[in-house]
Design a protein around this ligand. Structure first.
Ligand code: SF4
Length: 511
């Protein structure tokens, strides 16, 4: 009886095709790679051409490299080596690169150097194309921020506070040695008082160390401990103070930086896997979205969102020639400075303030019945009425400056005879008469925001914000695994985020 054998389909690797298929035929219609190709073909690459020299050997076409990079970011391939390998392995990349094989150095140099000044205009062109197709609006945006870890060592930090502490120690040591020299000096060789160390700098430290050496080095009766101290000071302080000055220049307005990426600032990362709120070097990325398309992005060193809005709106205006008409954002942006900015630019702001959600909560309101915002204001007499019905008179105002230099006018009102009041203790904790501080402008702005946010449209926009801007971060971080920048320095990080934003927009268009 014949043995039955399994039947297989024909398999012959040496099969010769009469008409071999082209790469074009192998790419399915509607595939995301076709969207990348089509969109990049439409954008103006003139700004990109400026990054090339006329002389020298021929280069890969910038459109080719841009398509490879953007498609790489669309498909979660971020490393230049993997992108270079994909150009030899994947038909999608082969099609985009027309069977050219740029190496990883070429890709990296294109991304880190050539795109530095040109990517913003590429991104803007993509956004304008999508806006023309009616997929997004550049007038009605939702703004939010997230922190992304920098490609920097988390243990190579420099803190402003530790520089200040070291400088204080320096001042103390120098003053002590100076005072010792004063005691030792003979009457005829009297030493002046120690220098004024309120401000300490390189020149002052060098001069002080030189003077101390001049007075003490020649003496035989100098205490050994002081001699050791003087030796240490002479050897280390001039170098240390020069280093601190350099570090302070890098710090600028910040409180910290990483030595391996000096543009990165230490921030608390929400998603840190240990969930212990560890500080890591990173960047605060701000985006504005419309229908989950990224309309604008900016990179900031500030860990909080509040102080980023000005620069973010400036970028929006620079990109599109006008401010948005409507902006929706969470309570992180609800400051007097931001409300004022949005008023000046005539932007309708659906922006919550810090206590907006709590104010809607009855339990919270009942916990603080005597809060200053619940007191009645008598406009005619410019006074507040306290819970006992007594008048709280205006006692003066002062200007408070925020960290960005924004000036707030704060008015103060004081009650009388709180000591005899039965509500004393429940109404306020101070031993003196109760004083309240009122920022009238902020109070007005909060009232305006409260009314706007509680309109039918306000409620709809608040709901929409949650599923417009927030999922974009979730998608990039969670679904596409981008949690850490690959490049170092703010400019290069901006290029990376620009590529991610283009990729996000093209993925969304393809979907
Ligand atoms: S403690 Fe002072 S401010 Fe408070 S209710 Fe009494 S009098 Fe008014």
């Amino acid at each position: 009886m014949a043995i039955k054998r399994p039947v297989f389909k024909p398999y012959n690797q040496q099969q010769i095709l009469a008409i071999p298929p082209t790469l074009e035929e192998l790419i399915p219609q509607g595939h995301p790679v076709r969207i990348v190709n089509e969109v990049i073909n439409k954008i103006n690459i003139e700004p990109l051409l400026k990054a090339y020299h006329i002389r020298g050997s021929s280069s890969y076409h910038p459109q080719l490299l841009l398509k490879v990079l953007v498609y790489g970011y669309v498909t979660n391939i971020y490393s230049s080596r993997k992108l270079a390998a994909s150009c030899q392995e994947s038909i999608y990349f082969m099609w985009l690169s027309s069977m050219s094989y740029p190496d990883h150095n070429t890709i990296n140099r294109f991304r880190g150097v050539r795109l530095k000044n040109a990517l913003r205009s590429v991104f803007e062109d993509v956004v304008k194309l999508l806006a023309d197709e009616g997929l997004l609006s550049i007038d009605e945006i939702n703004t939010d921020g997230t922190k992304i870890e920098a490609n920097a060592n988390k243990y190579t930090f420099v803190w402003r506070k530790s520089i200040q502490t070291n400088k204080e120690k320096m001042k103390k040591q120098l003053t002590e040695i100076w005072q010792y020299a004063q005691q030792l000096a003979a009457d005829e060789d009297k030493m002046p008082e120690p220098p004024d160390f309120t401000e300490i700098d390189s020149a002052k430290v060098k001069a002080t160390v030189a003077q101390l050496n001049e007075k003490l080095a020649a003496k035989d009766n100098i205490d050994k401990k002081v001699k050791d101290k003087l030796n240490y000071v002479t050897k280390n302080y001039p170098l240390s103070i020069a280093k601190y000055e350099q570090q302070e220049a890098i710090l600028g307005e910040r409180n910290s930086f990483s030595k391996t990426d000096t543009d990165a600032t230490f921030m608390r990362m929400k998603e840190y896997h240990m969930k212990n709120g560890q500080l890591k070097p990173g960047y605060n990325v701000q985006i504005s979205t419309s229908n989950q398309f990224i309309v604008n992005y900016t990179i900031h060193p500030n860990p909080t969102d509040t102080t980023t809005l000005t620069a973010h709106l400036v970028q929006h205006e620079a990109s599109f020639g006008k401010a948005p008409k409507v902006l929706t954002a969470d309570a992180g942006y609800g400051s007097e400075e931001n409300y004022t900015l949005l008023e000046q630019k005539e932007v309708t702001a659906y922006v919550k303030y810090g206590m907006f959600d709590k104010e809607q909560n009855e339990t919270h309101n009942s916990k603080f019945p005597f809060a200053s915002d619940k007191l009645f204001y008598n406009q005619e007499k410019d006074c507040y009425i306290c819970p006992m019905g007594k008048q709280m008179d205006f006692i003066g105002n002062y200007i408070r400056k925020t960290s960005t230099g924004f000036e707030q006018n704060v008015k103060r009102y004081q009650a009388k005879n709180c000591g005899n009041c039965p509500l004393n203790g429940a109404c306020h904790k101070s031993k003196e008469n109760r004083v309240i501080e009122i920022n009238e402008n902020l109070k007005r702005q909060k009232q305006k925001a409260f009314e706007l946010l509680n309109t039918e449209e306000g409620i709809q926009r608040r709901k929409k914000r949650c599923f417009d801007v927030e999922p974009v971060f979730g998608n990039i971080k969670q679904n596409h695994g981008f949690r850490r920048f690959l490049l170092r320095g703010k400019e290069k990080v901006a290029v990376e985020w620009g590529l991610l934003s283009i990729a996000q927009n093209l993925r969304k268009k393809a979907a």
